[in-house]
Design a protein around this ligand. Structure first.
Ligand code: ARG
Length: 585
Protein backbone atom coordinates (compact mmCIF):
# COMPACT_ATOMS: atom_id res chain seq x y z
CA UNK A 1 0.00 0.00 0.00
CA UNK A 2 1.31 3.45 -0.82
CA UNK A 3 1.00 5.90 1.99
CA UNK A 4 2.76 9.26 1.93
CA UNK A 5 5.39 9.80 4.61
CA UNK A 6 4.72 13.50 4.76
CA UNK A 7 0.94 13.84 4.82
CA UNK A 8 1.21 17.60 4.47
CA UNK A 9 2.88 17.25 1.09
CA UNK A 10 0.13 14.82 0.11
CA UNK A 11 -2.67 17.17 1.23
CA UNK A 12 -1.03 20.09 -0.55
CA UNK A 13 -1.06 18.07 -3.74
CA UNK A 14 -4.66 16.92 -3.29
CA UNK A 15 -5.83 20.49 -2.70
CA UNK A 16 -4.03 21.73 -5.79
CA UNK A 17 -5.79 19.19 -7.96
CA UNK A 18 -9.11 19.92 -6.25
CA UNK A 19 -8.57 23.60 -7.03
CA UNK A 20 -7.94 22.83 -10.68
CA UNK A 21 -11.07 20.68 -10.77
CA UNK A 22 -13.08 23.46 -9.12
CA UNK A 23 -11.97 25.90 -11.81
CA UNK A 24 -9.50 27.95 -9.75
CA UNK A 25 -7.03 29.61 -12.08
CA UNK A 26 -3.68 27.86 -11.98
CA UNK A 27 -1.01 29.67 -9.96
CA UNK A 28 -3.44 31.72 -7.91
CA UNK A 29 -3.80 29.22 -5.09
CA UNK A 30 -1.20 28.01 -2.57
CA UNK A 31 -2.77 25.40 -0.27
CA UNK A 32 -0.60 26.33 2.73
CA UNK A 33 -1.20 23.15 4.70
CA UNK A 34 0.39 23.11 8.16
CA UNK A 35 0.23 21.14 11.34
CA UNK A 36 -2.56 22.69 13.33
CA UNK A 37 -3.51 23.16 16.92
CA UNK A 38 -4.69 19.64 17.92
CA UNK A 39 -8.07 21.05 18.97
CA UNK A 40 -8.84 21.81 15.31
CA UNK A 41 -7.56 18.55 13.87
CA UNK A 42 -4.20 17.46 12.57
CA UNK A 43 -3.60 19.74 9.61
CA UNK A 44 -5.05 22.98 8.40
CA UNK A 45 -5.02 24.64 4.98
CA UNK A 46 -5.26 28.43 5.08
CA UNK A 47 -4.53 29.13 1.42
CA UNK A 48 -8.14 29.63 0.43
CA UNK A 49 -8.23 33.03 2.11
CA UNK A 50 -5.52 34.53 -0.10
CA UNK A 51 -6.81 32.92 -3.27
CA UNK A 52 -10.37 34.13 -2.63
CA UNK A 53 -9.14 37.63 -1.96
CA UNK A 54 -7.15 37.69 -5.20
CA UNK A 55 -10.15 36.37 -7.13
CA UNK A 56 -12.56 38.74 -5.38
CA UNK A 57 -14.70 35.80 -4.26
CA UNK A 58 -16.02 35.02 -0.79
CA UNK A 59 -13.67 32.45 0.80
CA UNK A 60 -16.07 30.06 2.48
CA UNK A 61 -17.91 28.86 -0.63
CA UNK A 62 -14.54 28.46 -2.34
CA UNK A 63 -13.32 26.30 0.53
CA UNK A 64 -16.48 24.21 0.29
CA UNK A 65 -16.00 23.80 -3.45
CA UNK A 66 -12.45 22.58 -2.93
CA UNK A 67 -13.56 20.12 -0.30
CA UNK A 68 -16.23 18.79 -2.66
CA UNK A 69 -13.54 18.14 -5.27
CA UNK A 70 -11.08 16.36 -2.98
CA UNK A 71 -10.21 12.85 -4.10
CA UNK A 72 -12.10 9.98 -2.50
CA UNK A 73 -8.95 8.71 -0.78
CA UNK A 74 -8.54 11.95 1.19
CA UNK A 75 -12.12 11.77 2.45
CA UNK A 76 -11.58 8.16 3.40
CA UNK A 77 -8.43 8.99 5.40
CA UNK A 78 -9.44 12.30 6.94
CA UNK A 79 -12.40 13.93 8.51
CA UNK A 80 -12.54 17.19 6.52
CA UNK A 81 -14.29 20.36 7.71
CA UNK A 82 -14.46 23.98 6.64
CA UNK A 83 -14.03 26.32 9.57
CA UNK A 84 -14.13 30.05 10.28
CA UNK A 85 -13.80 32.30 7.26
CA UNK A 86 -12.49 29.48 5.02
CA UNK A 87 -9.91 27.30 6.74
CA UNK A 88 -9.97 23.64 5.83
CA UNK A 89 -9.30 21.30 8.74
CA UNK A 90 -8.17 17.72 8.33
CA UNK A 91 -8.34 15.20 11.14
CA UNK A 92 -6.69 11.85 10.48
CA UNK A 93 -9.05 8.93 11.00
CA UNK A 94 -7.91 6.18 13.40
CA UNK A 95 -7.62 3.79 10.45
CA UNK A 96 -5.14 6.12 8.72
CA UNK A 97 -3.14 6.51 11.91
CA UNK A 98 -2.78 2.77 12.26
CA UNK A 99 -2.00 2.26 8.56
CA UNK A 100 0.75 4.93 8.66
CA UNK A 101 2.34 3.38 11.73
CA UNK A 102 2.24 -0.04 10.07
CA UNK A 103 4.00 1.24 6.93
CA UNK A 104 6.72 3.29 8.68
CA UNK A 105 8.11 0.76 11.11
CA UNK A 106 11.91 1.02 10.86
CA UNK A 107 14.50 3.75 10.62
CA UNK A 108 15.01 2.70 7.01
CA UNK A 109 11.30 3.21 6.27
CA UNK A 110 11.43 6.68 7.78
CA UNK A 111 14.58 7.54 5.85
CA UNK A 112 13.07 6.31 2.60
CA UNK A 113 9.98 8.42 3.23
CA UNK A 114 11.98 11.51 4.16
CA UNK A 115 14.58 11.32 1.41
CA UNK A 116 12.41 12.88 -1.28
CA UNK A 117 12.94 16.36 0.15
CA UNK A 118 16.56 16.91 -0.96
CA UNK A 119 17.24 13.98 -3.28
CA UNK A 120 20.00 14.63 -5.79
CA UNK A 121 21.28 17.81 -4.12
CA UNK A 122 24.80 18.36 -2.84
CA UNK A 123 25.15 20.46 0.29
CA UNK A 124 28.49 21.50 1.74
CA UNK A 125 28.35 22.15 5.47
CA UNK A 126 31.24 24.21 6.85
CA UNK A 127 31.22 23.75 10.61
CA UNK A 128 33.31 23.69 13.76
CA UNK A 129 36.25 25.22 11.80
CA UNK A 130 38.43 26.14 14.79
CA UNK A 131 41.84 27.78 14.54
CA UNK A 132 44.93 25.61 14.86
CA UNK A 133 47.19 26.08 17.88
CA UNK A 134 44.32 27.60 19.84
CA UNK A 135 41.83 26.23 22.27
CA UNK A 136 38.54 25.44 20.56
CA UNK A 137 36.06 27.63 22.40
CA UNK A 138 32.39 27.11 23.22
CA UNK A 139 31.48 28.90 20.00
CA UNK A 140 33.31 26.25 17.98
CA UNK A 141 31.56 23.63 20.08
CA UNK A 142 28.23 25.19 19.28
CA UNK A 143 29.15 25.25 15.61
CA UNK A 144 30.19 21.60 15.78
CA UNK A 145 27.00 20.50 17.52
CA UNK A 146 24.57 22.52 15.39
CA UNK A 147 26.48 21.77 12.19
CA UNK A 148 26.50 18.05 12.84
CA UNK A 149 22.76 17.98 13.55
CA UNK A 150 22.04 19.92 10.36
CA UNK A 151 24.33 17.69 8.32
CA UNK A 152 22.54 14.61 9.63
CA UNK A 153 19.11 16.13 9.00
CA UNK A 154 20.04 17.00 5.43
CA UNK A 155 21.50 13.57 4.75
CA UNK A 156 18.39 11.93 6.19
CA UNK A 157 16.19 14.07 3.99
CA UNK A 158 18.06 12.89 0.92
CA UNK A 159 20.92 15.33 0.34
CA UNK A 160 24.46 14.35 -0.51
CA UNK A 161 26.30 16.12 2.31
CA UNK A 162 29.97 17.14 2.34
CA UNK A 163 31.09 17.90 5.89
CA UNK A 164 33.99 20.31 5.71
CA UNK A 165 36.07 21.45 8.68
CA UNK A 166 37.49 24.77 7.47
CA UNK A 167 40.36 24.94 9.95
CA UNK A 168 42.13 28.26 10.44
CA UNK A 169 45.62 26.93 9.74
CA UNK A 170 47.30 29.87 8.02
CA UNK A 171 48.04 33.44 8.96
CA UNK A 172 50.49 35.87 10.45
CA UNK A 173 50.40 34.28 13.93
CA UNK A 174 52.73 31.53 12.66
CA UNK A 175 55.72 33.89 12.58
CA UNK A 176 55.79 34.35 16.36
CA UNK A 177 54.68 30.80 16.95
CA UNK A 178 57.53 29.31 14.92
CA UNK A 179 60.01 31.70 16.50
CA UNK A 180 58.98 30.56 20.00
CA UNK A 181 58.66 26.90 19.00
CA UNK A 182 62.31 26.84 17.96
CA UNK A 183 63.52 28.36 21.22
CA UNK A 184 61.06 27.58 23.99
CA UNK A 185 59.20 24.36 23.19
CA UNK A 186 58.56 22.25 26.30
CA UNK A 187 58.28 18.68 25.03
CA UNK A 188 56.65 17.41 28.19
CA UNK A 189 54.00 20.09 28.17
CA UNK A 190 53.41 19.39 24.50
CA UNK A 191 52.74 15.74 25.26
CA UNK A 192 50.44 16.65 28.14
CA UNK A 193 48.32 19.30 26.47
CA UNK A 194 49.54 20.37 23.02
CA UNK A 195 47.10 23.19 22.50
CA UNK A 196 47.90 24.69 25.86
CA UNK A 197 51.60 24.53 24.97
CA UNK A 198 51.01 26.23 21.60
CA UNK A 199 49.01 28.95 23.29
CA UNK A 200 51.83 29.45 25.77
CA UNK A 201 54.40 29.57 22.97
CA UNK A 202 52.40 32.16 21.10
CA UNK A 203 52.23 34.32 24.21
CA UNK A 204 55.98 33.93 24.75
CA UNK A 205 56.67 34.90 21.13
CA UNK A 206 54.30 37.81 21.28
CA UNK A 207 55.74 39.19 24.52
CA UNK A 208 59.31 38.82 23.25
CA UNK A 209 58.47 40.58 20.01
CA UNK A 210 56.82 43.41 21.89
CA UNK A 211 59.82 43.84 24.16
CA UNK A 212 62.48 43.60 21.51
CA UNK A 213 62.27 44.88 17.93
CA UNK A 214 64.98 42.42 16.90
CA UNK A 215 62.71 39.52 17.90
CA UNK A 216 59.86 41.07 15.97
CA UNK A 217 62.12 41.12 12.93
CA UNK A 218 63.12 37.49 13.47
CA UNK A 219 59.50 36.43 13.80
CA UNK A 220 58.67 38.28 10.59
CA UNK A 221 61.51 36.54 8.86
CA UNK A 222 60.15 33.15 10.03
CA UNK A 223 56.78 34.05 8.54
CA UNK A 224 58.30 35.11 5.23
CA UNK A 225 60.27 31.87 5.09
CA UNK A 226 57.11 29.87 5.80
CA UNK A 227 55.20 31.68 3.09
CA UNK A 228 58.06 31.11 0.66
CA UNK A 229 57.84 27.37 1.33
CA UNK A 230 60.98 26.91 3.43
CA UNK A 231 61.00 23.16 4.25
CA UNK A 232 62.04 23.53 7.91
CA UNK A 233 59.38 26.07 8.70
CA UNK A 234 56.80 24.12 6.76
CA UNK A 235 57.65 21.09 8.89
CA UNK A 236 57.09 23.02 12.13
CA UNK A 237 53.88 24.49 10.76
CA UNK A 238 52.69 21.03 9.71
CA UNK A 239 53.51 19.60 13.12
CA UNK A 240 51.58 22.35 14.91
CA UNK A 241 48.55 21.73 12.72
CA UNK A 242 48.66 17.96 12.95
CA UNK A 243 48.91 17.97 16.71
CA UNK A 244 46.11 20.55 16.94
CA UNK A 245 43.88 18.45 14.74
CA UNK A 246 44.52 15.36 16.84
CA UNK A 247 43.43 17.30 19.91
CA UNK A 248 40.30 18.52 18.14
CA UNK A 249 39.59 15.00 16.96
CA UNK A 250 39.35 13.78 20.56
CA UNK A 251 36.50 16.23 21.08
CA UNK A 252 34.86 15.26 17.79
CA UNK A 253 35.02 11.61 18.80
CA UNK A 254 33.08 12.32 21.96
CA UNK A 255 30.50 14.16 19.90
CA UNK A 256 30.28 11.50 17.19
CA UNK A 257 31.51 13.86 14.48
CA UNK A 258 33.35 12.68 11.38
CA UNK A 259 34.24 15.19 8.71
CA UNK A 260 34.36 14.15 5.08
CA UNK A 261 37.09 16.67 4.34
CA UNK A 262 39.23 19.00 6.41
CA UNK A 263 40.27 21.65 3.95
CA UNK A 264 41.78 24.39 6.05
CA UNK A 265 42.57 27.89 4.92
CA UNK A 266 46.06 26.83 3.76
CA UNK A 267 44.52 24.48 1.21
CA UNK A 268 43.50 27.56 -0.78
CA UNK A 269 46.91 29.25 -0.83
CA UNK A 270 47.53 28.39 -4.47
CA UNK A 271 43.95 29.28 -5.45
CA UNK A 272 44.00 32.94 -4.38
CA UNK A 273 45.68 34.58 -7.37
CA UNK A 274 42.67 34.11 -9.71
CA UNK A 275 40.42 35.64 -7.04
CA UNK A 276 42.33 38.92 -7.04
CA UNK A 277 42.89 39.05 -10.73
CA UNK A 278 39.35 38.18 -11.75
CA UNK A 279 37.74 40.55 -9.26
CA UNK A 280 39.93 43.37 -10.54
CA UNK A 281 39.50 42.48 -14.20
CA UNK A 282 35.70 42.25 -13.88
CA UNK A 283 35.62 45.55 -12.03
CA UNK A 284 34.06 43.96 -8.98
CA UNK A 285 36.87 45.22 -6.76
CA UNK A 286 38.53 48.62 -6.67
CA UNK A 287 41.72 49.95 -5.16
CA UNK A 288 41.58 51.85 -1.91
CA UNK A 289 44.69 53.02 -0.06
CA UNK A 290 46.75 50.33 -1.72
CA UNK A 291 44.32 47.56 -0.79
CA UNK A 292 41.92 45.74 -3.10
CA UNK A 293 38.38 46.17 -1.81
CA UNK A 294 34.77 45.56 -2.79
CA UNK A 295 31.97 48.02 -2.05
CA UNK A 296 28.27 47.28 -2.46
CA UNK A 297 26.57 50.57 -3.40
CA UNK A 298 23.11 48.97 -3.12
CA UNK A 299 23.65 48.16 0.55
CA UNK A 300 23.12 50.70 3.36
CA UNK A 301 26.34 49.85 5.17
CA UNK A 302 28.53 48.10 2.65
CA UNK A 303 28.40 50.99 0.26
CA UNK A 304 31.00 52.59 2.51
CA UNK A 305 32.27 49.68 4.63
CA UNK A 306 34.74 47.85 2.38
CA UNK A 307 35.21 44.11 2.00
CA UNK A 308 39.00 43.86 1.85
CA UNK A 309 40.02 41.07 -0.48
CA UNK A 310 43.74 41.90 -0.61
CA UNK A 311 45.61 43.84 2.01
CA UNK A 312 47.83 46.77 1.08
CA UNK A 313 50.94 44.64 1.66
CA UNK A 314 49.67 42.29 -1.04
CA UNK A 315 48.70 39.53 1.38
CA UNK A 316 45.49 37.55 1.28
CA UNK A 317 43.10 37.45 4.22
CA UNK A 318 40.02 35.67 5.56
CA UNK A 319 37.88 37.15 2.79
CA UNK A 320 40.16 36.07 -0.04
CA UNK A 321 40.28 32.52 1.24
CA UNK A 322 36.53 32.38 1.65
CA UNK A 323 36.01 33.58 -1.93
CA UNK A 324 38.38 30.91 -3.25
CA UNK A 325 36.54 28.40 -1.08
CA UNK A 326 33.19 29.22 -2.66
CA UNK A 327 34.62 28.61 -6.13
CA UNK A 328 36.26 25.36 -5.08
CA UNK A 329 33.07 24.06 -3.50
CA UNK A 330 31.17 24.76 -6.67
CA UNK A 331 33.71 23.39 -9.10
CA UNK A 332 34.94 20.43 -7.10
CA UNK A 333 31.86 19.34 -5.13
CA UNK A 334 29.20 20.78 -7.44
CA UNK A 335 27.56 22.24 -4.37
CA UNK A 336 24.09 23.51 -4.84
CA UNK A 337 24.09 24.94 -1.37
CA UNK A 338 26.84 25.88 1.08
CA UNK A 339 26.13 26.37 4.77
CA UNK A 340 28.44 28.29 7.08
CA UNK A 341 27.68 27.36 10.67
CA UNK A 342 29.40 30.29 12.33
CA UNK A 343 28.81 32.68 15.23
CA UNK A 344 26.40 35.45 14.31
CA UNK A 345 29.04 38.04 15.18
CA UNK A 346 30.59 37.20 11.81
CA UNK A 347 27.37 38.25 10.09
CA UNK A 348 28.90 41.19 8.23
CA UNK A 349 31.70 39.09 6.83
CA UNK A 350 29.29 36.55 5.38
CA UNK A 351 26.88 39.14 4.06
CA UNK A 352 29.74 40.84 2.21
CA UNK A 353 31.12 37.49 1.08
CA UNK A 354 27.79 36.44 -0.40
CA UNK A 355 27.21 39.77 -2.15
CA UNK A 356 30.72 39.67 -3.59
CA UNK A 357 30.46 36.05 -4.69
CA UNK A 358 27.17 36.78 -6.46
CA UNK A 359 28.75 39.58 -8.50
CA UNK A 360 31.90 37.62 -9.20
CA UNK A 361 29.98 34.55 -10.37
CA UNK A 362 27.69 36.62 -12.53
CA UNK A 363 30.72 38.00 -14.36
CA UNK A 364 32.09 34.50 -14.73
CA UNK A 365 28.76 33.49 -16.29
CA UNK A 366 28.33 30.84 -13.62
CA UNK A 367 25.40 30.13 -11.32
CA UNK A 368 26.20 30.99 -7.74
CA UNK A 369 25.13 28.33 -5.25
CA UNK A 370 22.78 29.12 -2.42
CA UNK A 371 25.04 30.45 0.35
CA UNK A 372 23.65 30.55 3.87
CA UNK A 373 25.14 31.86 7.06
CA UNK A 374 23.63 29.47 9.61
CA UNK A 375 24.30 31.78 12.51
CA UNK A 376 24.09 31.16 16.22
CA UNK A 377 24.14 33.25 19.35
CA UNK A 378 26.76 33.53 22.05
CA UNK A 379 26.99 31.14 24.97
CA UNK A 380 26.65 33.19 28.14
CA UNK A 381 27.72 32.37 31.67
CA UNK A 382 25.35 32.70 34.63
CA UNK A 383 26.46 36.34 34.89
CA UNK A 384 25.04 37.05 31.44
CA UNK A 385 28.47 37.64 29.91
CA UNK A 386 30.17 35.43 27.31
CA UNK A 387 31.17 32.19 29.02
CA UNK A 388 34.73 32.30 30.40
CA UNK A 389 36.60 30.74 33.29
CA UNK A 390 36.91 32.68 36.55
CA UNK A 391 40.29 33.97 35.44
CA UNK A 392 38.83 35.23 32.18
CA UNK A 393 40.35 32.54 29.95
CA UNK A 394 38.26 30.65 27.47
CA UNK A 395 36.88 27.36 28.73
CA UNK A 396 38.60 24.18 27.64
CA UNK A 397 36.17 21.92 25.93
CA UNK A 398 37.69 18.73 27.22
CA UNK A 399 37.21 19.94 30.77
CA UNK A 400 33.71 21.06 29.96
CA UNK A 401 32.70 17.64 28.63
CA UNK A 402 34.41 15.93 31.58
CA UNK A 403 32.43 18.04 34.00
CA UNK A 404 29.22 17.23 32.12
CA UNK A 405 29.94 13.51 32.43
CA UNK A 406 30.80 13.91 36.12
CA UNK A 407 27.55 15.74 36.84
CA UNK A 408 25.58 13.21 34.84
CA UNK A 409 27.22 10.46 36.88
CA UNK A 410 25.71 11.94 40.02
CA UNK A 411 22.30 12.02 38.36
CA UNK A 412 22.52 8.45 37.10
CA UNK A 413 23.81 7.15 40.43
CA UNK A 414 20.92 8.76 42.21
CA UNK A 415 18.38 7.35 39.77
CA UNK A 416 19.85 3.85 39.41
CA UNK A 417 22.16 3.18 42.36
CA UNK A 418 22.00 -0.56 41.76
CA UNK A 419 23.67 -0.44 38.30
CA UNK A 420 27.34 -1.46 38.34
CA UNK A 421 29.68 1.51 38.47
CA UNK A 422 31.27 1.01 35.05
CA UNK A 423 27.82 0.93 33.47
CA UNK A 424 26.86 4.12 35.32
CA UNK A 425 30.04 5.72 33.97
CA UNK A 426 29.20 4.70 30.42
CA UNK A 427 25.67 6.00 30.77
CA UNK A 428 26.98 9.22 32.32
CA UNK A 429 29.25 9.95 29.34
CA UNK A 430 26.27 9.63 26.98
CA UNK A 431 23.92 11.64 29.20
CA UNK A 432 26.55 14.28 30.00
CA UNK A 433 27.79 14.91 26.47
CA UNK A 434 24.23 14.56 25.16
CA UNK A 435 23.05 17.20 27.63
CA UNK A 436 25.61 19.71 26.38
CA UNK A 437 24.66 18.95 22.78
CA UNK A 438 20.96 19.12 23.47
CA UNK A 439 21.26 22.43 25.33
CA UNK A 440 22.95 23.88 22.23
CA UNK A 441 20.25 22.50 19.97
CA UNK A 442 16.99 22.91 21.82
CA UNK A 443 16.83 26.69 21.70
CA UNK A 444 16.54 28.85 18.64
CA UNK A 445 20.10 28.87 17.36
CA UNK A 446 20.21 32.60 16.66
CA UNK A 447 19.56 33.60 20.26
CA UNK A 448 22.24 33.79 22.91
CA UNK A 449 21.87 31.15 25.54
CA UNK A 450 22.59 30.90 29.20
CA UNK A 451 24.84 28.02 30.10
CA UNK A 452 23.42 26.41 33.23
CA UNK A 453 24.54 23.00 34.45
CA UNK A 454 21.47 22.57 36.62
CA UNK A 455 18.99 23.17 33.82
CA UNK A 456 20.98 21.22 31.28
CA UNK A 457 21.59 18.04 33.28
CA UNK A 458 18.15 17.42 34.63
CA UNK A 459 15.36 14.92 34.22
CA UNK A 460 12.80 17.70 34.13
CA UNK A 461 11.99 19.80 31.13
CA UNK A 462 13.11 19.74 27.53
CA UNK A 463 16.46 18.08 28.20
CA UNK A 464 18.56 15.22 26.88
CA UNK A 465 18.22 13.29 30.13
CA UNK A 466 14.43 13.48 29.99
CA UNK A 467 14.33 12.14 26.44
CA UNK A 468 17.00 9.49 26.97
CA UNK A 469 15.12 8.32 30.03
CA UNK A 470 11.78 8.24 28.20
CA UNK A 471 13.37 6.13 25.52
CA UNK A 472 15.03 3.73 27.94
CA UNK A 473 11.74 3.33 29.76
CA UNK A 474 10.00 2.18 26.58
CA UNK A 475 12.77 -0.32 26.01
CA UNK A 476 12.11 -1.75 29.43
CA UNK A 477 8.42 -2.30 28.59
CA UNK A 478 9.52 -4.68 25.88
CA UNK A 479 12.26 -6.24 27.96
CA UNK A 480 9.87 -7.03 30.78
CA UNK A 481 7.65 -8.95 28.39
CA UNK A 482 10.50 -10.75 26.70
CA UNK A 483 9.72 -9.03 23.39
CA UNK A 484 11.93 -7.45 20.76
CA UNK A 485 10.65 -3.95 20.16
CA UNK A 486 8.90 -3.66 16.84
CA UNK A 487 8.40 -7.44 16.72
CA UNK A 488 5.59 -7.80 14.14
CA UNK A 489 4.00 -10.76 15.93
CA UNK A 490 3.44 -8.60 19.03
CA UNK A 491 1.55 -6.13 16.85
CA UNK A 492 -0.62 -8.50 14.91
CA UNK A 493 -4.32 -8.17 15.57
CA UNK A 494 -3.96 -4.47 16.42
CA UNK A 495 -7.19 -2.59 15.82
CA UNK A 496 -7.78 1.14 15.41
CA UNK A 497 -6.78 3.45 18.25
CA UNK A 498 -9.55 4.27 20.70
CA UNK A 499 -8.63 5.92 23.96
CA UNK A 500 -7.74 9.63 24.00
CA UNK A 501 -4.21 8.72 25.08
CA UNK A 502 -3.69 6.30 22.19
CA UNK A 503 -5.08 8.70 19.64
CA UNK A 504 -2.98 11.60 20.89
CA UNK A 505 0.28 9.61 20.62
CA UNK A 506 -0.59 8.30 17.17
CA UNK A 507 -1.47 11.77 15.93
CA UNK A 508 1.83 13.08 17.21
CA UNK A 509 3.79 10.25 15.60
CA UNK A 510 2.52 10.90 12.08
CA UNK A 511 3.84 14.47 12.40
CA UNK A 512 7.45 13.36 12.61
CA UNK A 513 7.65 14.06 8.87
CA UNK A 514 6.55 17.63 9.45
CA UNK A 515 9.10 18.16 12.22
CA UNK A 516 11.87 16.91 9.94
CA UNK A 517 10.79 19.11 7.08
CA UNK A 518 10.46 22.16 9.27
CA UNK A 519 13.88 21.63 10.84
CA UNK A 520 15.67 20.95 7.59
CA UNK A 521 13.97 23.75 5.66
CA UNK A 522 14.70 26.37 8.28
CA UNK A 523 18.02 24.74 9.30
CA UNK A 524 16.78 25.02 12.88
CA UNK A 525 17.18 21.82 14.90
CA UNK A 526 15.18 23.18 17.84
CA UNK A 527 11.96 22.36 15.98
CA UNK A 528 12.90 18.70 16.05
CA UNK A 529 13.86 18.94 19.75
CA UNK A 530 10.52 20.46 20.64
CA UNK A 531 8.70 17.80 18.65
CA UNK A 532 10.54 14.98 20.45
CA UNK A 533 9.86 16.57 23.80
CA UNK A 534 6.15 16.86 23.05
CA UNK A 535 6.03 13.30 21.75
CA UNK A 536 7.63 12.02 24.95
CA UNK A 537 5.05 13.98 26.93
CA UNK A 538 2.11 12.54 24.98
CA UNK A 539 3.55 9.09 25.40
CA UNK A 540 3.90 9.47 29.12
CA UNK A 541 0.27 10.64 29.46
CA UNK A 542 -0.89 7.66 27.42
CA UNK A 543 1.25 5.18 29.31
CA UNK A 544 0.02 6.39 32.68
CA UNK A 545 -3.62 6.09 31.57
CA UNK A 546 -3.67 2.92 29.46
CA UNK A 547 -2.10 -0.31 30.58
CA UNK A 548 -0.15 -2.25 27.97
CA UNK A 549 0.71 -5.39 29.87
CA UNK A 550 -2.44 -7.26 30.73
CA UNK A 551 -4.71 -5.45 28.29
CA UNK A 552 -6.99 -7.55 26.09
CA UNK A 553 -5.17 -8.84 22.96
CA UNK A 554 -6.28 -6.25 20.37
CA UNK A 555 -5.64 -3.35 22.76
CA UNK A 556 -2.29 -4.78 23.82
CA UNK A 557 -1.25 -5.15 20.17
CA UNK A 558 -2.18 -1.60 19.18
CA UNK A 559 -0.57 -0.19 22.32
CA UNK A 560 2.61 -2.08 21.53
CA UNK A 561 2.54 -0.44 18.08
CA UNK A 562 2.55 2.93 19.85
CA UNK A 563 5.35 1.90 22.20
CA UNK A 564 7.50 0.60 19.36
CA UNK A 565 6.97 3.59 17.08
CA UNK A 566 7.48 6.14 19.82
CA UNK A 567 10.75 4.41 20.60
CA UNK A 568 11.68 4.40 16.92
CA UNK A 569 10.91 8.07 16.41
CA UNK A 570 12.63 9.18 19.64
CA UNK A 571 15.69 7.16 18.76
CA UNK A 572 15.82 8.30 15.13
CA UNK A 573 15.27 11.89 16.18
CA UNK A 574 17.96 11.87 18.85
CA UNK A 575 20.43 10.24 16.47
CA UNK A 576 19.68 12.93 13.91
CA UNK A 577 20.54 15.50 16.56
CA UNK A 578 23.87 13.74 17.06
CA UNK A 579 23.11 12.12 20.42
CA UNK A 580 23.78 8.54 21.36
CA UNK A 581 20.96 6.61 23.05
CA UNK A 582 20.81 4.02 25.83
CA UNK A 583 19.43 0.56 26.49
CA UNK A 584 18.64 1.44 30.07
CA UNK A 585 19.23 4.35 32.36
N1 ARG B 1 38.15 29.83 11.84
C1 ARG B 1 37.06 30.76 11.94
C2 ARG B 1 36.92 31.23 13.37
O1 ARG B 1 37.35 30.56 14.28
C3 ARG B 1 35.76 30.20 11.49
C4 ARG B 1 35.73 29.79 10.04
C5 ARG B 1 34.34 29.61 9.53
N2 ARG B 1 34.28 29.20 8.16
C6 ARG B 1 34.54 29.99 7.10
N3 ARG B 1 34.49 29.47 5.89
N4 ARG B 1 34.81 31.27 7.24
O2 ARG B 1 36.36 32.28 13.61
Amino acid sequence: MHLAFDLIVELDRALLSAAAAAGVEAGTFQPGVRTSDPRHGDFQANGVLGAAKRAGRPPRPLAEALVAHLPESVRRDFDVAVAGPGFINFTARPSLLLAWLQVYRTEGDLAAGASAAHAGETWVVDYSSPNAAKQMHVGHLRSAVIGEAIARLLAFTGAHVVRDNHIGDWGTQYGKLIWAYRRHLDAEALARDPIEEFERLYKVGNAAAEADPAVLEEARAELVKLQAGDPDNLAVWRHINEVSLEAFQRIYDRLGIKFDVTLGESFYNDKLEPVYSELARFGVSTESQGAQVVFHPEHPRFKTQPFIVRKSDGAANYATTDLATVLYRVEHFHARCVLYVVDKRQGDHFEQLFLTAAKWFEKRGQAVPRLVHVDFGTVLGEDGKPLKTRTGDSIKLRGLLDEAAERAFALVSQKSPDFPEDERRRIAEIVGVGSVQYADLSQHRSSDYLFSWDKMISLDGNTAAYLLYALARIRSIFRRQGLECGDPSAESGADAFQTPGEVAVARKLIKFADALRLSSETLCPHFLCLYLYELAGEFSTFYNADKVIGAEPAARARRLVLCARTLLVLETGLHLLGLRTLERM
